[in-house]
Ligand binder design. Structure first.
Ligand code: FAD
Ligand code: UDP
Length: 372
């Protein structure tokens, strides 16, 4: 039998921050069990064979309003300040996303846009963020026209591609992530702190986990080994339904195929990401050099192709936020609450559409509040 204070399943943000805190702050002995062959979870990055730094599981930009979270991760890496910009290809034009006053100006003739801009500001106020479903409830006919336009040209086909269902079949939280922004700010995120680790996420995780109290076991599903370990607490960041052997059924997830292409040109597109709501079978193209600031005579782009998560080798990336799925999750959550030596945390264990910063914040709060 091996002895640890904590066994942590998963070396993503949830597991790694937890491990770092209890090992460094509380001097506890920790074993991390990770089924992949690397740490970092979905934020893992690596240099590809052409020497370009890429995010293996899709583009990751760290953005937060929590100073505490920014300061915390900055202990393990210098952060390059980076403001993500996204364009959407609509009707042959590349326009800024989230839809804002600049987008309005690029898509409509002057007489129309002046009227719409005035109505938006009068009805919601300059600087406000309005989720598309809220805008669609407007009584103002001009704004109704605009809401329908945005819904049909930006949200409907992108969402159908991304999720295999229409926007109104999903919790409004999903499309509210990209609200209509009544401003001239083209940045994708509005948070106070935004950036990417200067030498990549993986290097940041390596520093976080570089502690004699932390042992890491890669390429191992925790179920293969958990019976051979004696531990005080288990921190579980994998899928909650798997933990309970799917006793109530499988929680639905959306998966992605990632198609990387390295091109012999210095730059491929004008911004980090271009969304293609209405064309192609991929949703967006990301060019990593915009995010990382890397200088290289070639460039690597990534196309994201959404798909069902049905086979055991499909990775669960996104929980599908619909009432019946959340109800199913609640059954597992109720079971989970009966285990007082297991902490369920992270995107998969909590079946939540978390950004990275929220997970860091949750771990820091748990450790502070529980006084562990
Ligand atoms: P994960 O990173 O998924 O880590 C869980 C780990 O547990 C995995 O490494 C997994 O292999 C391991 N594991 C699971 N089951 C087992 C098991 N049985 N045994 C052993 N190990 C197991 N967030 C942002 O803030 N900004 C972004 O720009 C952003 N972009 C994203 C883009 C895409 C395409 C996706 C899918 C997500 C994005 N996110 C972004 C969200 C971000 O990836 C997550 O918030 C974060 O990775 C979640 O961390 P986690 O530790 O909960 O989960
Ligand atoms: N979305 C859309 N069109 C866009 C961008 C986003 O319809 O051009 C919707 C889509 O449903 C998407 C959701 O808004 O899944 C959230 O977008 P976000 O960019 O936050 O997705 P993520 O980066 O998490 O994949």
């Amino acid at each position: 039998m091996f002895n640890y204070d904590y066994v942590i399943v998963g070396a993503g943000f949830a597991g790694s921050v937890f491990a770092e805190r209890v090992a460094n702050l509380l001097n506890k002995k920790v074993l991390i069990i990770e089924k992949r062959n690397h740490i970092g979870g979905n934020a893992y990055d690596e240099y590809n064979e052409d020497g370009i730094l890429v995010h293996k599981y899709g583009p990751h930009i760290f953005h937060t309003n929590y100073k505490e979270v920014w300061d915390y991760i900055s202990q393990f890496t210098e952060m390059n300040i980076y403001y993500h910009h996204v364009l959407a290809s609509i009707d042959g034009k590349y326009v800024p996303i989230p839809f804002n006053l600049n987008t309005l100006y690029e898509l409509f003739p002057e007489s129309v846009r002046i009227k719409l801009e005035k109505s938006l500001i009068e009805n919601y106020g300059y600087g406000m963020k309005v989720p598309i479903f809220q805008l669609m409830k407007t009584e103002n006919n001009d704004l109704k026209f605009l809401a329908d336009f945005i819904y049909n040209r930006l949200f409907l086909n992108y969402t159908t591609k991304q999720w295999g269902m229409q926007p109104d079949e999903l919790d409004e939280e999903v499309t509210a992530r990209v609200p209509v922004y009544i401003s001239k700010d083209n940045r994708y995120f509005g948070d106070k702190y935004q950036g990417v680790p200067k030498h990549g996420y993986t290097k940041m995780f390596e520093r976080m986990l570089d502690n004699k109290n932390i042992h890491i076991l890669l390429n191992t599903d925790y179920k293969e080994i958990i019976n051979q370990i004696r531990y005080g607490k288990l921190v579980y960041t994998g899928s909650i339904d798997y933990f309970f052997d799917y006793k109530y059924g499988k929680l639905p997830y959306r998966s992605l195929d990632f198609k990387f292409e390295t091109l012999s040109v210095e730059k491929f597109q004008p911004v980090g990401t271009v969304n293609y709501p209405n064309d192609y079978n991929f949703t967006r193209i990301t060019e990593f050099k915009h995010l990382t600031g890397q200088v290289h005579n070639k460039t690597t782009i990534l196309k994201e192709l959404p798909k069902e998560c049905k086979n055991s080798n499909d990775t669960p990336y996104y929980p599908i936020l619909q009432k019946r799925n959340v109800d199913l999750y609640m059954k597992y959550k109720n079971e989970a609450e009966k285990f007082n030596n297991v902490i369920f945390i992270g995107r998969l264990a909590e079946y939540k559409y978390y950004n990275m910063d929220t997970i860091v914040k949750r771990v820091l709060d748990i450790i502070r509040n529980e006084g562990m």
